[in-house]
Design a protein around this ligand. Structure first.
Ligand code: GLN
Length: 544
């Protein structure tokens, strides 16, 4: 890089017109391009809801809850940031209105504002601004991208937009800019792309004193010169700052679309940063090449209870894509609701699969269907990967059908079971609050020598992320191992069983931790890579 910036620069990403336009993907794509040019970039997400974190939200509300290494329960966009950038995020990368208010209220109780009326402006906005710059304190970043959740004009977004207005004014033109992501709808009847909703959403920002510097326009059709000119004129931006974001075949195409539109160059010019280096995207392009030109194809059944909303399983779905591309194999994901699987119909429902993945989850709904599916995979030698609740169900299934403990269960579902093969962790027994109290974040795990997982990881010590309250009951460990279900990954500090694998099965591995949180485009997770390989092999040898 010709010159490195002396101080951190800030980019805000806001959304207009409607939700679900992909602010997270845009932020991650822009960050990717800047990173590929040699800048040190991170992304943070500010969510305007009042929950302190999304950990207590039903996945149907906002999709999956992503967990960072340091144990924060966060918005799923942080998963995109990690997968695109190949860098770890942390507690500080996700802030909610609930967290802002609770900090301000704590300060008020402590007496920090003694004598003052505590107000949205300046106290809440000051707290927001202090979080804008928090990640810069480490000196690790040249550029910090902040995505503001929700849509401008929402009541909840107002303090954030006000904080951006103040911040931009305080920092000056070259240290801070606003990218506004908006929608250009196409009207079929008149065969026209319409700019009016964008004009209105920019007007909403302007009413709050914020002039967006760049417009990124989601569209189904290319934006011609006339439309770009019109948007520039009505929204007070330069014509080269009107960026087309046409619907992409995959989210991993978006950085290349943005590159073609020169988004990175426009950003760097506005921030007065050097653009000398061409972006190094060789590995990224190689991944896309493989993703789009598979040689083989497999079907993986993803069995869970939130299957109506694929976002509930975002990281698992993306991990399967990474592993598929790595193997030059197209992975078709069949989302199957566990509620409708029974011992009677399981064979018919899973017949066409080459692999079974049983998902994480909470509560009783759909449990018996998961257990029936795992039994089928065990008996039919169908490759199986169980994650968290998926592992717990595998242990229950094995106890019932191999060890003959017909009432075996998890105390989460049946607190009075005579055979609690899965039970509440020691450290959870006194816990009464639900928010942020699970076993969260990365913990070490030692792999048994000679086990399949040890070969897959290629090492003995791993670090993986957790999110659970219940665990394998060691009272049953000996009997399970004798019957073939081996405890092959152990937490060295608490002797917790973190991975089980089944002897004599081509691929039957289940983990208490979540491998999906640490798979990225450039470093697909080995468990997923080998699972897809096993599915490939199964497909070749099965006689259907
Ligand atoms: N409900 C289970 C537990 O709390 C599993 C959690 C999960 O799958 N993330 O232990």
């Amino acid at each position: 890089m010709e010159s490195s910036p002396s101080k951190t620069k800030y980019i805000f990403v806001t959304g207009g017109v409607t939700s679900s336009l992909g602010k997270g993907i845009l932020a991650a794509s822009l960050a990717k391009l800047l990173q590929a040019r040699g800048y040190r970039v991170t992304i943070q997400k500010f969510d305007p809801y009042i929950n302190v974190d999304p950990g207590t939200l039903n996945p149907y509300e906002h999709g999956e809850c992503f967990v960072t290494e340091d144990g924060a329960e966060t918005d799923l966009d942080l998963g995109h940031y990690e997968r695109f950038l190949n860098v770890r995020t942390s507690q500080a990368n996700n802030v909610t209105t609930g967290r802002i208010y609770s900090t301000v209220i704590q300060k008020e109780r402590r007496g920090d504002y003694l004598g003052k009326t505590v107000q949205v402006v300046p106290h809440i906005t000051d707290e927001i601004k202090s979080r804008f710059v928090k990640l810069a304190e480490s000196g690790d970043y040249d550029i910090i991208i902040t995505e503001i959740g929700g849509t401008v004009g929402d009541i909840e977004s107002l303090p954030y937009v006000e904080a951006i207005r103040q911040f931009k004014w305080e920092l000056g033109a070259y240290d801070c800019l606003v990218v506004h992501l908006t929608l250009i709808p196409y009207l079929k009847t008149s065969e026209e792309l319409k700019t009016k909703p964008t004009q209105h959403s920019v007007k909403v920002l302007l009413e709050s004193g914020v002039q967006p510097d760049i417009l990124v326009c989601r569209t189904e059709y290319p934006l011609n010169k006339a439309i770009r000119r019109k948007l520039a004129l009505f929204c007070n931006v330069k014509i080269n700052a009107v960026i087309e974001a046409i619907d992409a075949q995959t989210i991993y195409d978006v950085p290349l679309h943005m590159l073609k539109e020169n988004l990175d160059k426009v950003v760097l010019a506005k921030l007065k940063l050097a653009t000398k280096n061409e972006p190094q995207l060789h590995d990224w392009k190689a991944f896309l090449q493989k993703l789009k030109n598979p040689i083989t194809e497999v079907s993986i059944g993803l069995v869970g209870k939130y299957t109506e909303l694929p976002d509930a399983y975002k990281s698992i779905i993306e991990s399967l894509k990474h592993a598929g591309a790595h193997n030059e194999c197209k992975v078709n994901i069949d989302l199957i609701s566990s509620e409708f699987i029974t011992d009677e119909n399981v064979g018919e429902k899973l017949r066409d699969l080459d692999g079974l993945l049983v998902a994480p989850g909470f509560g009783a709904r759909g449990i018996e269907g998961k257990i029936a599916a795992i039994r089928y995979a065990r008996e039919q030698k169908l490759p199986f990967l169980g994650i968290c609740l998926g592992m717990q169900c595998a242990v229950i299934e094995f106890s019932r059908n191999v060890l003959g403990l017909s009432d075996a269960h998890s105390t989460e579902i049946d607190p009075d079971t005579k055979n609690p093969v899965i039970y509440l962790m020691e450290g959870q027994r006194e816990v009464t609050h639900k928010g942020g109290t699970m076993r969260l974040g990365a913990y070490p795990c030692e792999l048994k020598r000679g086990s399949k997982v040890q070969g897959i990881y290629g090492g003995h010590s791993i670090l993986e992320r957790h999110r659970h309250r219940f665990e394998f009951n060691n009272r049953y460990r000996k009997d399970m191992e004798k019957a073939g279900l081996k405890a092959v990954g152990i937490n060295p500090d608490l002797d917790l069983v973190e991975i089980v694998e089944l002897e004599g099965h081509p691929f039957y591995i289940a983990s208490q931790f979540h491998p999906e949180y640490s798979s990225t485009v450039l470093t697909p997770h080995p468990l997923f890579v080998h699972f897809v390989q096993a599915a490939n092999l199964f497909k070749q040898i099965i006689d259907r």
